[in-house]
Design a protein around this ligand. Sequence first.
Ligand SMILES: Cc1cc2nc3c(=O)[nH]c(=O)nc-3n(C[C@H](O)[C@H](O)[C@H](O)COP(=O)(O)OP(=O)(O)OC[C@H]3O[C@@H](n4cnc5c(N)ncnc54)[C@H](O)[C@@H]3O)c2cc1C
Length: 406
Amino acid sequence: MTQTCVIVGASHAAAQLAPILRQEGWEGRIVVVGDEPYIPYHRPPLSKTFLSGEKTLEDIYIRPQMVYDKAEIEFLLNTRVEAIDREKRILSLNNGETLAYDKLALTVGSRVRKVDLPGIDLEGIYYLRDANDVEQIKSKVKEGKHAVIVGGGYIGLETAAALRKQGMDVTVLEMMERVLQRVTAPEISEFYDRVHKEEGVKICCGVGVASFAGNTNVEKVICSNGDEYAADLVVVGVGIVPNVELADAAGLEVNNGIVVDQFARTSDHDIVAAGDCTNHHNVLYDINIRLESVQNATDQARVAAQTLCGKEKAYDALPWFWSDQYDLKLQIAGLSQGYDEVIVRGDRDNSRSFAAFYLRGGVVIAVDAVNKAPEFMVGKRLITGKVAVDKMQLADENIPIKELLT
Ligand SMILES: Cc1cc2nc3c(=O)[nH]c(=O)nc-3n(C[C@H](O)[C@H](O)[C@H](O)COP(=O)(O)OP(=O)(O)OC[C@H]3O[C@@H](n4cnc5c(N)ncnc54)[C@H](O)[C@@H]3O)c2cc1C
């Protein structure tokens, strides 16, 4: 009897898990159930080239349909899994049908954090998580009109850059003292603040949004300090929350994400999970963490597929991430939490190319590299090698970065 593996969620993790499962020898049915209408697409371009109109949805499909067809991977799109009966191994779907599984993979990702403020339901106010959100945002993009971005994180800043490039008058409102405060050192925040201002974006930090006003479409954003900003379009980007409810209701262990072991297994031996929705132990940093990145979704999905095929390989990849804004390619390796020193390499104040190395006890634990691919590459090796570096050499651009490895 052939077995069925069902994958819930059709995005980055699923697009990796399903073909790898086949490659690793899974002979039974593979069914991917996704509540969006599309086969998996790259989410990062949503706030970059898809928003700016440079790429279409077809351009950003992770794999063409024929790859799935060839591997006999079935899709049930526009379909939501509502409940998991672990005893009977049956899923309840939102169309009233059921689907039996032998093995289950949860790649349900995360959703936007919503704000509950007066006026939030006005037209012209959007969150940004999927292709449909961006289609709606695009319909409001017009040169010379006012866009207000609520939240100065990566998504907010990338959206600001894409809208500014299309000639909108853009303001970013950030509640914290600086942009990117949750994820980077002040050195990086100051740099992005400068570049956005150079590009003509207004950045206001330390301001909380109190309400939105307008007739049918939003017309202004009102802050708690009384300041008002004209707005024809508002994009709210204030973080995400993991989709854990399905797993939680089924009795799986959940703690800021679906808890998985190093083999991507949940507390049920027949259920794996991968991507944004998981919380796992990172061996390199010795912490439990939930990551929000394509690298994590992809690498953990591979491990999950191998586990389902009985070929257990521990997940120990170094976390990395990127962000594109204007002509800036930021590449981030490692986790900077707990750093005690930042060493800057390059002219951060006057150029658009530099790297910031985060150190703890003299050892590099993370790097943020802006238009500095070699520093990113070497940084990765310094982190995994737990190398104690000479700080003077690290800061000196005249010394080739590769020399730090010797
Ligand atoms: C605008 C934007 C820009 C980004 N930029 C970057 C970047 O530059 N670099 C980077 O590394 N990362 C970036 N990310 C993050 C990256 O896209 C995510 O880490 C990645 O999408 C995670 O993939 P995933 O498969 O775990 O989950 P998701 O992409 O969240 O997909 C989960 C899917 O499951 C579906 N689903 C949930 N519950 C159910 C259910 N019960 N039944 C059926 N389907 C369900 C969801 O609707 C969704 O389609 C960005 C994200 C966004 C939104």
